[in-house]
Design a protein around this ligand. Structure first.
Ligand SMILES: Cc1cc2nc3c(=O)[nH]c(=O)nc-3n(C[C@H](O)[C@H](O)[C@H](O)COP(=O)(O)OP(=O)(O)OC[C@H]3O[C@@H](n4cnc5c(N)ncnc54)[C@H](O)[C@@H]3O)c2cc1C
Length: 572
């Protein structure tokens, strides 16, 4: 390799993953801090940014794993980061900054990060040891370790190649943060794992746990049970039963548990809800370099369980009945869960474009649902909006304040039937918005971030490739509310109406608490709520505030005191 190496090179074993530092050689403190902590497990390579491109090539050719690249500011910074993304997609990328970095430099760095070209900045070490520096490095290494898969497998999944069910189980494990390995049953590793487990490939998928437990074609609930999750409610009456373990339901569970309420959290699918499907949530407070939805959900679930929440995993709420002060949730498997209050946090399902290319760029230029927080990062770029409804129109107008150009792509030949006239007028008055009728988006490409889209004309199926740095898909959403009785009022799209401002005509005005539905003691939070904000932070905020309303309801309606805490809830 042409790059000058640190002294670690002579001692390093060739199989160690690499940490590459593309910075001036005079950075002695940086060099010493890294060598003193990481040389046992990693090979450390140091060199000028200009030399890093060649080294990255050589490492890729040699099939070496690169865990982390730290780059200091130089004219080469973007090309180095681009090469890392292209050649070593699992490697984490940190920008080295000084504590007193000048504003133009910070602004340039911020722009690089907001465009997804680097993961974060890392402040150079200022003392020995500098634990804040090491915390940043270790967090980046942890992220790399999770992305590439670990050598430890708590669960092994053996399935038929491209089996949808095996894929579903793997998705579930990933979303619950379990280290797992998955093998094709026909591969040598797969058949070895089957032999070791003492089963044949007759019924697949087979799931083998670390303690030797073997599950043949298990349901999600079987798998959750075997992994130690609670799937059944306890006997008795809960103070609050929360339906849906997305951000809103998880937050409600954490606050309910922490305030002494006897709490059940019922989830039919996966922890984290929609947020759990996001590879990187970048706008959630306190995580400047973003956090994966699965990790956020896993942390929140731990927190809820520490505060005593009973998780009812695999519980599909299919009905709600009321008798006096008792609310009973009916699950699809016949289980009934009795509670004094209920929080509905069942969220929504966004309609998605069914295309693997687009899935690969989700969060990296392709966004579902809303445009607000990503708009600034797309300043000066050409972006596309898919959808012909009001939400698509509003998103386009908002994006046009930042983007160089916005194109609305619709399959139909008019917006008139799907979008309000005032929005159509606004769009026609906005110079940097155009509408392309009769097209659909069928492909995407880019180097770590969306760069191009493939559009297909519906009339003759001719395809063309266009430059695009952002794609916002707003083709509708459906709230999960059809399981609730009609006495829980909804708007015309099925979202639950909450709070004192109900205009349904049948609720006494002002009689309802914040987040309370038309049924007393039944609250709704998060995306499922009429006019909700469709953001993780809003869902979390609503889930936590709703617990205060639950306390108030229990105190006023039922004559109990919030302070009584667990004594509120004798097991009946
Ligand atoms: C791909 C993607 C990326 C996103 N990225 C961001 C982002 O970066 N930043 C941001 O702020 N927002 C983002 N959002 C939006 C954000 O995820 C949502 O606003 C948030 O998850 C809403 O939380 P919620 O708890 O209200 O509902 P949800 O997250 O939808 O959770 C609802 C839960 O209820 C469960 N459920 C539904 N019906 C039932 C039933 N009958 N019985 C039992 N359980 C049930 C579902 O399985 C689900 O787990 C993203 C959304 C998507 C789809």
């Amino acid at each position: 390799m042409s790059m000058p190496r640190g002294e670690a090179r002579a001692e390093a074993e060739p199989t160690k993953p690499v940490i590459l530092i593309a910075a001036a050689p005079a950075e002695v403190m940086l060099r010493n801090q890294l060598l003193s902590r990481y040389r046992t497990d990693y090979e450390l390579l140091f060199g000028e940014p200009a030399a890093a491109l060649g080294v990255l090539d050589e490492l890729a050719e040699a099939g070496r794993a690169v865990a982390l690249v730290l780059v200091s500011r130089s004219p080469h910074v973007r090309s180095v980061l681009g090469a890392v993304r292209r050649l070593h997609p699992h490697a984490r990328r940190g920008l080295l900054v000084a504590w007193n970095e000048q504003r133009p430099v910070r602004e340039e760095m911020s722009e690089i990060i907001s465009r997804g070209q680097a993961d974060c900045w890392v402040r150079r070490p200022m003392s020995s040891p500098d634990e804040r520096f090491h915390r940043d490095v270790v967090e980046l290494l942890d992220e790399w370790w999770r992305h590439r898969g670990t050598s430890f497998e708590a669960v092994t999944v053996i399935g038929q190649r491209q089996s949808a069910r095996a894929h579903e189980i793997c998705d579930l494990l990933q979303r619950h943060d379990f280290p797992y390995g998955s093998y094709d049953a026909d591969s040598p590793a797969g058949s070895k794992a089957l032999t070791r487990a003492g089963v044949t490939a007759e019924r697949l998928p087979v799931v083998v746990l670390h303690d030797g437990t073997v599950l043949v074609d298990p349901t999600n609930v079987d798998a959750a049970n075997a992994l130690g999750a609670r799937t059944r409610p306890r006997e008795g009456v809960y103070d609050v039963a929360i339906v849906g373990a997305g951000p809103a339901g998880l937050a409600a569970a954490v606050y309910a548990g922490s305030e002494g309420l006897r709490t059940a959290l019922i989830e039919r699918q996966s922890m984290g809800g929609q947020a759990g499907t996001s590879s990187l949530i970048r706008n959630y407070l306190g995580f400047p370099r973003g956090i994966s939805g699965a990790e956020l959900a896993a942390r929140a679930l731990d927190q809820a369980m520490i505060f005593g929440t009973d998780m009812v995993y695999g519980g599909d709420a299919s009905g709600l009945s009321i008798a006096g002060d008792r609310r009973t949730l009916h699950l699809a498997d016949g289980t009934a869960i009795s509670a004094r209050s209920v929080i509905v946090a069942t969220g929504i399902a966004y309609r998605q474009l069914d295309n693997p290319d687009l899935r690969a760029f989700q969060g990296l230029g392709v966004f579902y649902g809303a445009a607000m927080s990503e708009a600034r990062a797309l300043t000066g770029e050409h972006v596309y909006v898919v959808g012909g409804g009001n939400s698509a129109g509003q998103a386009a107008i908002h994006l046009a304040k930042f983007a160089k150009h916005v194109t609305i792509a619709v399959r139909s030949d008019s917006l008139a039937q799907s979008m309000s006239d005032y929005l159509i007028q606004d769009i026609s008055r906005t110079q940097n918005i155009d509408v392309r009728y009769g097209v659909e988006v069928v492909g995407a490409s880019g180097d770590g971030w969306l760069e191009k889209l493939t559009l297909r004309r519906t009339i003759d199926r001719r395809e063309e490739t266009v430059a695009a740095a952002g794609l916002f898909v707003l083709i509708g959403a459906q709230p999960y509310t059809d399981w609730l009785p009609e006495s829980v009022h909804r708007d015309e799209h099925g979202y639950l109406i909450t709070g004192p401002a109900c205009t349904c005509g049948s609720c006494p005005t002002g009689d309802r608490r914040l987040f309370e539905t038309s049924l007393p003691g039944v609250f709704a939070v998060g995306d499922v709520r009429h006019q909700s904000n469709k953001r993780v932070a809003s869902a979390v905020g609503e889930g936590s505030v709703a617990i205060r309303m639950v306390h108030e309801y229990l105190t006023r309606r039922l004559g109990k005191t919030a302070e009584a805490g667990r004594s509120l809830s004798p097991v009946l």
